[in-house]
Design a protein around this ligand. Structure first.
Ligand SMILES: [Zn+2]
Length: 286
């Protein structure tokens, strides 16, 4: 059955988003604790992403990426929402006036509905990352995997009071041809990433900051994967956003769009990092 939550477009809300943008330059939330001013100039354009008939982007897994200009990044956060780290991530994004996409787990959405609504109220895109974060969907029967994805979208819709964006990310990027085809038939886009923070690995916030800024400088653009459930990510994010803004990066806000976006094909010599990622993630349960 088609989830009732799909694929109704999400109305954009601007009231709180405007407040957040106006906060640039002030001391807020986690940044205030760190004693740093909010970065300015990080907010980039809004990118409507049409997923009619399916879309799979993110060079770590797929030979296609979003059509982004040099120094344009799309910030994405997985596995929340949970009290604590997710709230600090939202504080940092509000401070910078930047919008992100949150690939939330359905059961966390149900358990933390107020926090989920805060994500949406502050202008971010809410997307789905399954209901129970199975490890992995590849090891499940097709029908069971499909049910978990549908349950994720339904739980988000119930907690949020509106549908999630028709955007999905596989736990650990562990997709299957059958699930990809089914998601495409449901007009749901699949998002891998172009670089990641490796924030599932034990490291200090300072190490994560340096690692991720280095990868961003090398990639120069793309979808960046973080986990808002990781305290180290919440801790380093204000500094990451400040440094990225100082280097001229812009945070592009991905929102549901009409039709189907034309992705940019991968360059020659492209290869998928998915299998290596799954092997890493299998140890860490990303
Ligand atoms: Zn995950």
């Amino acid at each position: 059955m088609r989830p009732r939550s799909l694929p109704t477009p999400i109305p954009r809300r601007h009231a709180l988003a405007g407040l957040a943008a106006g906060a640039a330059g002030l001391l807020l939330g986690g940044d205030a604790r760190a004693g740093a001013a909010c970065p300015s100039g990080l907010a980039g354009r809004v990118l409507p992403v049409g997923v009619q008939g399916g879309l799979a982007v993110g060079l770590k897994s797929y030979p296609a990426m979003l059509p982004l200009a040099d120094r344009e990044m799309v910030l994405t956060f997985d596995d929340g929402p949970i009290p604590g780290p997710t709230s600090r991530v939202l504080d940092a994004l509000a401070c910078a006036g930047a919008r992100a996409t949150f690939f939330v787990i359905g059961r966390n959405a149900s358990a933390n509905a107020a926090l989920l609504r805060r994500i949406r109220a502050e202008g971010h895109t809410v997307a789905c990352h399954t209901y129970s974060h199975p490890w992995t969907l590849r090891e499940m029967r097709f029908e069971a995997a499909k049910r978990d994805i549908e349950a994720g979208f339904d739980a988000i819709a119930q907690a949020l009071g509106e549908s999630a964006a028709p955007f999905f990310r596989f736990p650990g990027f562990a997709d299957t041809p059958a699930l990809l085809a089914w998601l495409a038939s449901r007009d749901i886009g699949v998002f891998g990433c172009d670089l990641w923070a490796s924030d599932w690995s034990p490291m200090s916030p300072e190490q994560e900051l340096e690692l991720t800024l280095g990868r961003l400088a090398k990639a120069r653009r793309g979808i960046v994967l973080f986990h808002d459930v990781q305290a180290r990510t919440a801790s380093m994010l204000p500094r990451f956003l400040t440094a990225a803004a100082a280097q001229g990066f812009r945070a592009v806000h991905m929102v549901p769009g009409p039709g189907r976006l034309s992705p940019e094909p991968a360059g020659p010599g492209w290869s998928s990092d998915t299998e290596r990622m799954i092997a890493i993630a299998r140890r860490a349960h990303v």
